[in-house]
Design a protein around this ligand. Sequence first.
Ligand SMILES: *Cc1c(COP(=O)(O)O)cnc(C)c1O
Length: 396
Amino acid sequence: MTGRRPSAETRFVHAGSDPRKQHGYVNPPVHRASTVLYEDVAAMNASQADPLKREMPVYGRFGTPTGRALEGALAELERGYDAVATCSGLAAITTAILSFVRAGDHILVSDSVYPPTRRFCDSLAALGVETEYYDPLAGGGVGELIRPGTRLAYLESPGSTTFEVQDIPAVTAVCRSRGVVTVADNTWATPAFCRPLDLGADVVVHSATKYLTGHADSILGAIVCTEESYGAVRSAAIRLGQCAGADDVYLALRGLRTLGVRLDRHQHQALELARWLREQDEVRGVVYPALPGDPGHELWRRDFTGATGLFGLELDPRFGEPAVEAMLGRMRLFGLGHSYGGHESLIVPADPMGHRLPGTWAGRGPLLRVHVGLESVEDLREDLAAGLRALSGHGE
Ligand SMILES: *Cc1c(COP(=O)(O)O)cnc(C)c1O
């Protein structure tokens, strides 16, 4: 290698890996661990010296070399300083927020966030923290909502279920200038396609359950930090008892190695199917920032280098619930189930009305969330076509 920075594809393969530290074996051992034994009391005392428990093994809850390998890899890929692995994506989100807020604070949260994130933020009222939801399209206008007590702003771009693309640099710039910490959920894009820390965010959160692990076989989260935000996040994770199981961490490390090739195919197939779906009579629209003409397309082109396999499918408003049920019941390859980012295709109703500011999706057609997996794109198109025919059979 010359002085050139290795490209992303190369880093997916090697990030966080140091075979010399593991007898030459390519992959790290899985440390299933609670107790760490010390040579003597002096060594035990020395291990207590680091309040962030970052370097030396102390106790399984503070992490193991397997966990540190994943944390190092994600920090490298997101161009952060360090990372904290958590037991789930939602735990990464709650830990990141609790790292910064105190009673009396006000926080700004995008109206398009993952619904369980919203429910957690609503529950913060009981701790004296007020949540205000902002329009994901507000961009720098978020500055008008900042008050003296505003502590944190939370972004997710594109938004869950409705896929609005936020002007991340505009939001983070106005927040930074006013001393407001920004946390961004980067689960959809992964560090392959977007790096919010480069766009000014202080903290990135991930549901590693999705593309990073990539095979629907684990629940895992991660928080990636700048040098300035790391101490607060890591110490909150220690106080909250936040940790990740070694087997899940291992699966994420293994998934990471093929992230580049998997995402290539997810993206390619999703774009092809989204273009096709958009032309079908039963379809009102496809919300997918990678599609030219999508309201978020220009911002997506500016700030992202690709799109993953998840998009929204808006059916014609003439179809009601029984029709949608018939469609989903007819489909064979697209499984009816939550989550995404695995090898398999999924489809799930995703009505945003129950968890958005009033009026956001009013008057629009039924919304489905589609995850395009790694199956043959022709087979997937046929399955969608069969679903649409079943839908029409029920048109009112
Ligand atoms: C799935 C998801 C989460 C939660 O992740 P879990 O690992 O299921 O806890 C958070 N944010 C987004 C955007 C997600 O899609």
